[in-house]
Design a protein. Structure first.
Length: 256
């Protein structure tokens, strides 16, 4: 593909959002400073100049109605999707996104994400039209996150290609006297070539994925490259009501 074709690739953000959650029912509609969380995420995405389009993919009419009420685009999807990536792929198809365009998956439970991270995760796919997928990593600075299975760790080669993702601390430090390794955690931002996104969701579940419950391992097991991008921006996920209170406090500290 020549440089002119590369410049034609568009970048579209899709925010998967579901109402039902075991840990936090109705999470996308939880209020943060008077605005639903899904609106907070959507408006941050709209602040990214690189994005040509932003949409919320959901199977719940309450979320869709909320998005439309603040002027956003909502795409209704099936209710039987196993994962957010499956929902993402259906939405990308409904939206008729071109095969070579880049689809960025923005998690609907990260209302404090820095808009710069969208450009960081999409950048490798814009630079290399043969690259199928990219994601973000962050150097762990909070020691409690190293052994926390909710913070996924990753290792990668010298070219920034992911080797493995795990809920366990990797690398394992065999000799405690040899100096502490640097740990990197995975942030839930993905960029996919639209064509590869459809290929990915059509692959059978991988063995590593089955045990770790990490979708990205499916791509590695089937031999696809995942480019990791080191970012300086951490992102707080809202998985529980307690996380929501942490986000509200952070915002109040920033804007007292």
């Amino acid at each position: 593909m020549d440089s002119a074709a590369k410049k034609q690739a568009k970048v579209v953000a899709i925010i998967p959002a579901r109402y039902h959650s075991n840990r936090f029912e109705g999470k996308p509609l939880a209020l943060i400073n008077g605005k639903p969380m899904i609106q907070q995420v959507y408006e941050r995405a709209q602040a990214v100049p690189l994005l040509s389009r932003v949409a919320v993919a959901t199977d719940d009419e309450r979320i869709a109605a909320c998005v439309r009420a603040f002027g956003g685009e909502a795409v209704m999807t099936r209710s039987d999707h196993v994962s957010g990536t499956d929902r993402l792929a259906e939405a990308a198809t409904v939206m008729e996104i071109d095969e070579q365009d880049v689809v960025v998956n923005i998690q609907g439970d990260q209302p404090l994400f820095a808009p710069e991270v969208v450009e960081q995760v999409a950048g490798p796919l814009l630079a290399d039209p043969a690259l199928p997928m990219a994601t973000l990593i962050y150097r762990i600075i909070r020691p409690e996150e190293i052994n926390d299975p909710n913070h996924v760790k990753t290792v990668f080669d010298r070219h920034g290609r992911a080797l493995y993702f795990s809920r366990a601390p990797i690398p394992f430090q065999r000799d405690p006297g040899g100096g502490a390794p640097t740990y990197y955690k995975h942030l839930g931002f993905y960029a996919y070539r639209k064509g590869f996104l459809l290929t990915f969701v059509g692959l059978p579940e991988g063995e590593w994925e089955y045990f770790e419950k990490l979708e990205q391992l499916r791509a590695l097991e089937y031999g696809y490259t995942i480019q990791v991008v080191l970012t300086e921006h951490d992102s707080v996920e809202v998985d529980t009501p307690a996380d929501l209170q942490r986000v509200i406090k952070i915002i109040k500290d920033i804007n007292p």
